[in-house]
Ligand binder design. Structure first.
Ligand code: GSH
Length: 280
C-alpha cells in the first residue's frame, strides 16, 4: 500500500496540482504537503523545486497565492510545498505566531518540549526526500527556494547540501537568525542558550565558513517590507558572500512589501533563474 494518501488533485495550466498526507515516522505525526507536476508527456523527468514557506504558513499559502504554476508548467518544473512544522493536538505549541506550530524554522530541535517532534531539517532532507523519490518517482535535479523563515530554510538547506541543490533563491529571507528577534526567540527555545549551537542554522555563519561547491543564490527583498531592517537585513549575507567571492545577487525591489504579492511578482524570474543555472 502506498505510503501517501492523495487528498486533492486539480488540473492547473498544463499540469496538475496535488495535495498529499502521509504519516511521518520522524516527526511522529501526520504531515500534509502539496506538489505541482508539469505535463508528464512533455516533461517526464522534471527538476524539482523545494518551496519553504514562512511563519504562520502551511503548504497552501504558496500553492494558492504565488501563482507559480503557470511558469512551472511552461518551464517544466515540479514543485513541492511542505508544511512549516509538525502539527497536531499532541504536538508542543505556543500561542505566539513565531514559535511552535507554523514556525518550525527548518531545524532539528534539541530542547524540550520541542525536541521530540520538531525535526524539520531531517524530515525534509531525509524522510520527505525518500518519499518523493521512491513513492512519487521524482529523482531529477533539485532547486530550493523560500520566503522569510522559509528563505532562511532555503539558504540553510542549500548551503549545507551544495552537492544536492543546484541553485538557491529566496524572498525576504531571515539571513542571520542568531542576531534578530525572530531567530533568537526560536533558537533559544529549540536549540537552547548556547550560541555555538546556533551556527549550523544561520546562513551568514554558514557563508563565513563556506568552502567547496558554490551554488548560485538569488535574493529578492522589498524595500517596503516592515521586517526588512529589524528581522531580515540581507546585506549581511551579501557582505559575507563578498568575502568568499561567492555568487550571490541581491535585488532590492522598490515599493514591494513582505507579502505574497511580492512573491507572485517575481516567482517566474526565480524559476527561470533555476532553469538557466541548470542549463549552464
Ligand atoms: N504578523 C504576521 C507575521 C507573519 C507573516 O508575515 N508571515 C508571512 C511569512 S513570515 C506569511 O507568509 N504569511 C502568510 C501569508 O501571507 O499568506 C502574521 O501573523 O501573519
Amino acid at each position: 500500500m502506498s505510503k501517501v494518501e492523495n487528498l486533492e488533485e486539480h488540473r492547473i495550466f498544463d499540469g496538475m496540482q496535488y495535495k498529499y498526507r502521509h504519516h511521518s515516522e520522524l516527526l511522529d505525526c501526520p504531515m500534509t504537503f502539496s506538489l505541482f507536476l508539469p505535463n508528464k508527456e512533455k516533461f517526464p523527468e522534471p527538476p524539482l523545486l523545494w518551496w519553504l514557506s514562512g511563519l504562520t504558513c502551511n503548504d497552501d499559502n504558496f500553492t494558492h497565492k504565488a501563482g507559480a504554476q503557470r511558469a512551472a508548467a511552461r518551464l517544466g518544473i515540479a514543485m513541492i510545498m511542505p508544511d512549516t512544522s509538525p502539527r497536531g493536538e499532541e504536538i508542543a505549541d505556543s500561542s505566539d505566531y513565531d514559535l511552535g506550530q507554523g514556525a518550525g524554522f527548518y531545524l532539528n530541535a534539541t530542547q524540550e518540549p520541542w525536541a521530540s517532534h520538531y525535526k524539520m531539517y531531517d524530515y525534509l532532507t531525509e524522510e520527505l526526500t525518500d518519499l518523493v523519490r521512491v513513492e512519487l518517482g521524482l529523482d531529477g535535479p533539485e532547486f530550493i527556494s523560500g520566503h522569510s523563515m522559509g528563505g532562511h530554510g532555503a539558504l540553510v538547506l542549500g548551503l549545507r547540501n551544495p552537492e544536492r541543490f543546484q541553485s538557491i533563491t529566496a524572498f525576504a529571507p531571515i539571513v542571520n537568525p542568531s542576531e534578530v528577534p525572530w531567530g533568537i526567540k526560536a533558537f533559544e527555545n529549540y536549540l537552547g542558550k548556547t550560541e555555538e549551537d546556533w551556527a549550523e542554522w544561520d546562513a551568514v555563519k554558514l557563508m563565513k565558513q563556506h568552502s567547496g561547491k558554490r551554488v548560485p543564490i538569488l535574493i529578492d527583498q522589498g524595500d517596503k517590507d516592515p521586517f526588512y531592517k529589524k528581522e531580515l537585513e540581507p546585506a549581511k549575507l551579501v557582505e559575507a558572500a563578498k568575502e568568499k567571492d561567492y555568487p550571490l545577487q541581491l535585488r532590492i525591489q522598490s515599493g514591494h512589501d513582505h507579502s505574497y504579492y511580492t512573491i507572485a511578482t517575481f516567482i517566474e524570474e526565480h524559476l527561470e533563474f533555476h532553469i538557466n543555472e541548470l542549463k549552464k
